[in-house]
Design a protein around this ligand. Sequence first.
Ligand SMILES: Nc1ncnc2c1ncn2[C@@H]1O[C@H](COP(=O)(O)OP(=O)(O)OP(=O)(O)O)[C@@H](O)[C@H]1O
Length: 480
Amino acid sequence: MAPAQPDAPTPDVPDLLTVSSDASLTLGTDSLVIVGMKTSSIPFYNILWAALSDDGQVTIQYAHAESKKAVRAASIAYTLDQPDLELAGAWIHKLLDRAYGASQRRKRIKVIVNPFGGKGGAINIYAKLIAPIFAAAGCELDVQHTQRQGHGVDIAQNMDIEAYDVVACCSGDGIPHEVWNGLGKRSDAARALVKIAVAQLPCGSGNAMSLNFNGTDSPSLAALAVVKGLRTPLDLASVTQGDKRMLSFLSQAVGIVAEVDLATENLRWMGSGRFTWGFLKRCLLRKVYPADIAVRVVHDNKPAVRAAHRTAVQAARHADSLNPSPNTDDRTLPAQDAGLPALRYGTINDALPSGWQLLSEPKLGNFYAGNLAYMSPDANMFPAALPCDGCLDLIRIPGNINPFKALNGLSSIKKNKFFDQDHVNYQKVRAYRITPTGQKDGYISIDGERVAFEGFQVEIHRGLGTALSKSGRLCEASGP
Ligand SMILES: Nc1ncnc2c1ncn2[C@@H]1O[C@H](COP(=O)(O)OP(=O)(O)OP(=O)(O)O)[C@@H](O)[C@H]1O
């Protein structure tokens, strides 16, 4: 779906705009070059907006890099000595073409702020670090604070999808999860999920979505990434458990990851140390989480997974190298009455579909399915994950391995060497079913949220949802 672009290409307009006898603005290869008392440049990526007044003043809004981890809104203005308004107007169009490329300008953003996300600073973070960037880019903003758990579901379920382009969640990963589920509850779910791009601005304790698509957990850099974000078709998974169906955009976990995440909430005072401590304890105990598993496999082993990822990266690079590069979202908008897609493999309550690979895992330690690469800043857990390949990446690890091996595996995640560990089983799957066995209670996490400890089935829907990303096609993570 091509975003509306108000401006036609401007090939015949010169790159140089003379401001006065001793100052000029030039459109360089990838930045705006300012020549005056001294020469400086602003990367096109950082240009937020530009405008020309009737009396010949050119104002350029941009994101000034304060450090590697932060930008802030700033502006420069020049009054033309000899105003040629037509030429200057055309030059500004050309500047904005370079600054935005295929990204939609002046996005209409519904901003949802979770006042209780992370350490509770989202309202401040939005006001100080995010809103000024959105405002300088001329985005239309409608801000709403969540009042209770589940409020994000209601907001998305009832919003006017024609009035917005983006829902931007100033939160952790919990609010995007709610927003996708709210959009999924609508009678026009399929249309809403294509029409509305969901973005996350990192204000929570888990900010995986921003790491994957904005390439950062810095709120101001993420705001800039959203302003410049390209519409990106995103696979969403249906999870059925009991009679419920929910959507998952990030991950599903059974075993050590789910338990360490959800059972150590009381140790929040330890910061991220609670995860290391939780892992250590369980690895030393060689804790296992037995389960019956059935998978609809797409790529069964690491070489096949690696090859699939490499092919997708090459295709994305090739598309980017074309001039103009093709739109990153070529889906047609589904009909008004198109709800969620039917389940191809039925639900957890149906007989197991034929042709699935059956795996009995009496010694399972970790079952972890991911739709995106990063799960936390130092954890590129699913390096082969692709936003729109119609697959979930599935990791299985035995729980009864030597604790040193397990801890080695843990430390390899940071070094991006986890994929190659021989005890890590890595597949790409279209669907799966998992039923814990021999345990009365335990932890299951869907997108980081706890659900009932009982069997569930998952199937992926290719490109059902929409995100905004820097590349339009890939996660901001290095491959396997
Ligand atoms: N006003 C509110 N009061 C209480 N809970 C809320 C409120 N608004 C949102 N929530 C809940 O906060 C939860 C967590 O949200 P979010 O992902 O933004 O933060 P987080 O700090 O990353 O999450 P977590 O607490 O899971 O680590 C969501 O389940 C959401 O429903």
